[in-house]
Write a protein that binds this ligand. Structure first.
Ligand code: IMP
Ligand code: MG
Length: 172
């Protein structure tokens, strides 16, 4: 059984999600944006975020795989399931759990541009800046975190721990 260490409590997450929702609300008021959650890790974050935004918006998902069941990215990003929304001319906000090497988000941004979106921005809960391999930044960042392996709040290790309320680091 893996040992876990609490990094960010559920109260801290709540405050941060509220803050991000306020910022997104003022940027997207009147624009009916499409929030695209990156499966599976972002589903809890997305669900919390949109319930703090009392304005018209739509939700869809993209499912990409890069990690398989290991802790290191293979660097090969595959789109497993595409959004069903017609994204042409839409204001898209990509909602992601963790920005790590940046390879997945780079691929996803390129995918959105290929669909002819009007605009695309990135909102991530966690940013591991020191791990970046490609030149990409998020427009909205919850927490910058050190290079630790994270679980909880939707984020898994080999499909486990998604149901934890806080954000935890695996002890190595
Ligand atoms: P990137 O392509 O390297 O930026 O990888 C981003 C994806 O890798 C995220 O969407 C996560 O699914 C996964 N990932 C990165 N770091 C972690 C972690 O610490 N725990 C669990 N998944 C992670
Ligand atoms: Mg992910």
């Amino acid at each position: 059984m893996e040992e876990l260490e609490l990094l960010i409590s559920k109260e801290e997450i709540n405050r941060k999600v509220e803050e991000l929702a306020e910022k997104l609300k003022s940027e997207y008021k009147g624009k009916n944006p499409v929030f695209i959650g990156v499966l599976k890790g972002a589903f809890v974050f997305l669900a919390d975020l949109i319930r703090r935004m009392d304005m018209p918006l739509e939700v869809d998902f993209i499912w990409v795989s890069s990690y398989g069941s290991s802790k290191e990215s293979s660097g090969e990003i595959k789109v497993i399931a595409e959004p069903s929304t017609d994204l042409r001319g839409r204001d898209v906000v990509i909602i992601e759990d963790i920005l790590d090497t940046g390879l997945s988000l780079k691929e996803i941004v390129d995918y959105m541009k290929g669909k002819g979106v009007k605009s695309v921005k990135i909102c991530v809960l966690l940013d591991k800046r020191e791990r970046r391999k490609v030149d990409i930044e998020a427009d909205y960042v919850g927490f910058s975190i050190p290079d630790r392996f994270i679980v909880g709040y939707g984020i898994d290790y080999a499909e486990k721990f998604r149901n934890l309320e806080g954000i935890w680091a695996l002890k190595d």
